[in-house]
Design a protein around this ligand. Structure first.
Ligand code: HPA
Ligand code: ZN
Length: 333
């Protein structure tokens, strides 16, 4: 193993529905008798076919729609965690969308049961620890987000550690979702929101002003406003940076142009994440490898990023302490 391959890794920003590789989507659709939409996969290579962010969201919904059962979610989660563990990950915090489970008639409680069983099995077999962040979907609107927050709080489970929001950042304003986030925050769930990905720095500014968030999903476009970057650094708001996703969606033309290093140098707390690895041809291991080979981060800078991820993970303090001890021991080598 190279140094980077052997490095302990952690990720805080991955969507379970976005982790379903095309072959698994086909297999699950077939056993569930679901006909996938024509054009979901590209002719060459057989990957998901999409050309921009909105087409990505449509493909994402179509893939998630192949699932029907708790076991489908469990198989997906177990396989994903097994792959992460093989790449050196010791911790994965996973976004899960109750709306997608409801859309297929499964419901949140059954989705949760499938996921938590997979988490237990993966930890027993590979030592990888995982927790869940249910998220609402921004383009479904504030009323639906509030319902999702209430549902999540009502289904309290020790592995549910946070609340988030994904979806189309160009729809609605962060303040519209303050009631949903208030419900989650008051129930003790730590919060994060996607901002500064499809929209610019103002979106991050509005999010941290209106919502009780400790972290920002993406947040990279804060780089467009130096005063905001300084504020993020001063307040210690952690950025869940997903370089491979940003390159796949065309936010930046290449790794050299990506602001990860500039954010780090400005004192921001950043983490590395795969976002939707099955759609963006990435993995947590590939993100660390790219940061090393194409962004010039050293092994010790990457280890510090893992440390930041564990320090800002939404886990209880005993679990955090145990994970930090594994980093200091240099696990998983
Ligand atoms: N951004 C917004 N919504 C999403 C994403 C993302 O990167 N992935 C899945 N839903
Ligand atoms: Zn995301």
């Amino acid at each position: 193993m190279t140094t980077i391959a052997a490095l302990p890794k952690a990720e805080l920003h991955c969507h379970i529905e976005g982790a379903m590789a095309p072959a698994l989507t086909r297999a699950i659709a077939q056993r569930n008798g679901v006909t996938l939409p024509a054009g979901l996969f590209s002719g060459q290579g057989g990957g998901y076919a999409w050309r921009d962010f909105n087409e990505f969201l449509v493909a994402y919904d179509a893939a998630a729609d192949a699932m029907r059962t708790a076991e489908d979610y469990g198989e997906l989660m177990y396989g994903y965690l097994a792959g992460c563990a093989a790449e050196g990950a010791i911790y994965v915090e996973m976004f899960v969308s109750p709306d997608h489970a409801i859309a297929i008639g499964l419901g949140f409680a059954a989705q949760l049961a499938g996921l938590t069983a997979a988490i237990d099995r993966a930890e027993a077999e590979f030592g990888i620890v995982s927790r869940l962040i249910p998220c609402c979907i921004r383009h479904l609107g504030p009323d639906r987000a509030l319902e999702v927050a209430r549902l999540v709080v009502a289904e309290a489970h020790p592995y549910i550690v946070g609340f988030g929001m994904a979806g189309d950042e160009l729809q609605h304003a962060p303040a519209d979702f303050a009631p949903a986030f208030r419900v989650a925050d008051r129930a003790g769930l730590a919060c994060t929101v996607h901002a500064g990905e499809v929209a610019g720095a103002h979106s991050v500014r509005d999010a941290i002003a209106a919502l009780p968030v400790r972290r920002i999903g993406h947040g990279v476009r804060a780089i467009e406003d130096p005063a905001l970057v300084a504020e993020l650094a001063r307040r210690g708001i952690v950025l869940e940076v997903c370089p491979g996703s940003n390159l796949a969606l065309g936010l930046y033309p290449d790794a050299v142009s990506h602001p990860l290093r500039r954010l780090l140098e400005a004192g921001c707390r950043v983490t590395l994440n795969s976002d939707d690895p099955a759609f963006f041809a990435t993995s947590i291991g590939k993100e660390y490898a790219m940061a090393s080979s194409r962004m010039g981060l050293s092994a010790s800078e990457l280890l510090a990023i893992t440390r930041t991820a564990i320090e800002s993970a939404f886990v209880d303090s005993d679990t955090r302490r145990a994970l930090l001890a594994r980093i200091e021991k240099g696990e998983p080598t």
